[in-house]
Ligand binder design. Structure first.
Ligand SMILES: NC(=O)C1=CN([C@@H]2O[C@H](COP(=O)(O)OP(=O)(O)OC[C@H]3O[C@@H](n4cnc5c(N)ncnc54)[C@H](O)[C@@H]3O)[C@@H](O)[C@H]2O)C=CC1
Ligand SMILES: N[C@@H](CCC(=O)N[C@@H](CSC=O)C(=O)NCC(=O)O)C(=O)O
Ligand SMILES: [Zn+2]
Ligand SMILES: [Zn+2]
Length: 379
């Protein structure tokens, strides 16, 4: 039955309130308006940023909403004026847009895009400042411009990347967030050179992707740091060469690392979202040139600090969003790299479940064994 131009009623996991179990609801998804695309989401993964917003600590978290931003699907219909994708295209929704025309996109200095960010930060579509999701007339907010915990979602056309239809959607959904973030933090943000010494704080999906990216960049030592030593064995397969558990040391972790590396590392990456660790990650960098990249998302109200002397003496503190990748143009290239077996993706998927099990899937994320859970949206 043709659905184009019609409201679609489908299943979605709705976050009615912070921290309350998500509820699988029948939601109405309005047709895409001009400059919008309605996507049938086939697979979505869960990212810790979904859990962060759900917790109520995200200043941009609005409820009720449909969370989710790491997914893959097929275009169901497009609104007026949309030319770069059409019905049937395989796509990855991109929480970081790329319009190619705004001040940010044209700067050549950042992957951030300004076109729809104000609207996506308040859970609505740009054209009319309204949501396309509702339940019996009650409006439900969008999230990160993606809302992939729904069988159908509406995104801005600048927030969707067309990919090779050969790619398995149940795998490449991961290229919507965590894996590109870690790889790009190394390749685009830090620009790690061959022979570098790298420290990775936090060996979840993002930290492992940092290790993978650092190995590909030719780093000579990749030091993995985690408070859970069970993470270490697996991290070897992603490129980490040595491991430190801060709990097993009396000295501050930055001092332990400085002592082990003749003065500090060339590059460090914080992949946790803990502001104390962010400080340690900066301070374990080598005087004169060491660069630390903040990747983890810290909750509202948290602040970073260090002695300014750390920066005066040449250390550099940076951050990265989506690993600095320009989404619409570079996500398809990452898919191609996966198809050529140049980057890992399957290895980050530890669990496969269904949309109905989404609350169990979130529980699993606290399990030390879990990296990414992929949900099949239509089982
Ligand atoms: N900047 C960006 O564009 C993005 C940021 N993120 C953020 O990256 C962070 C990491 O994401 P995932 O890898 O999925 O999370 P994860 O929870 O799977 O991994 C975090 C790891 O840090 C370890 N850890 C926790 N506290 C620690 C401490 N004090 N010292 C050392 N290790 C510690 C945990 O044992 C775990 O292995 C999250 O904050 C997430 O929101 C995720 C995607 C994109
Ligand atoms: N709303 C949050 C912002 C959290 C954040 O920093 N998000 C990252 C992506 S995390 C993905 O899993 C990001 O890319 N930020 C840039 C952006 O434009 O949002 C808060 O206010 O804490
Ligand atoms: Zn994410
Ligand atoms: Zn732009």
């Amino acid at each position: 039955m043709a659905t184009q131009g019609q409201v679609i009623t489908c299943k979605a996991a709705v976050a009615w309130e912070p921290n309350k179990p998500l509820v699988i609801e029948d939601v109405q998804v309005a047709p895409p308006q001009a400059g919008e695309v309605r996507v049938k989401i086939l697979y979505t993964a869960l990212c810790h940023t979904d859990a962060y917003t759900w917790s109520g600590k995200d200043p941009e978290g609005l409820f009720p909403c449909v969370l989710g931003h790491e997914a893959a699907g097929i275009v169901e219909s497009v609104g007026e004026g949309v030319t770069h994708v059409q019905r049937g295209d395989h796509v990855i929704p991109c929480y970081q847009a790329e319009c190619g025309e705004c001040k940010f996109c044209k700067s050549g200095k950042t992957n951030l895009c300004g076109k729809v960010r104000a609207a996506t930060g308040v859970g609505v579509m740009m054209s009319d400042h309204k949501s396309r999701f509702s339940i019996n007339g009650k409006s439900i907010y969008h999230f990160m411009g993606t809302s992939t915990f729904s069988q159908y979602t509406v995104v801005h056309d600048v927030s969707v990347a067309k990919i090779d239809p050969v790619a398995p959607l149940e795998k490449v959904c991961l290229l919507g967030c965590g894996v590109p973030t870690g790889l790009g933090a190394v390749w685009n943000t830090a620009k790690v050179e061959p022979g570098s010494i790298v420290a990775v704080f936090g060996l979840g999906t993002v930290g492992l992707a940092v290790a993978e990216g650092a190995k590909a960049a030719g780093a000579s030592r990749i030091i993995g740091i985690d408070i859970d030593s069970k993470k270490f064995d697996r991290a070897k397969n992603f490129g980490a060469t040595e491991f430190i558990n801060p709990k097993e040391h009396e000295k501050p972790i930055q001092q332990v690392i400085v002592d082990l590396t003749d003065g500090g590392v060339d590059y460090s990456f914080e992949c946790i979202g803990n502001v104390s660790v962010m400080r340690a990650a900066l301070e374990c960098c080598h005087k004169g040139w060491g660069t630390s990249v903040i990747v983890g998302v810290a909750a509202s109200g948290q602040e970073i600090s260090t002695r300014p002397f750390q920066l005066v003496t040449g250390r550099v503190w940076k951050g990265t969003a989506f690993g600095g990748f320009k989404s619409r143009s570079q996500v398809p290239l990452l898919v191609d790299k996966y198809l050529k077996k140049e980057i890992k993706v399957d290895e980050y998927i530890t669990h496969n479940m269904t949309l109905t099990d989404i609350n169990k899937a979130f529980d699993l994320m606290h399990d030390g064994e879990c990296l990414r859970v992929v949900l099949d949206m239509f089982v």
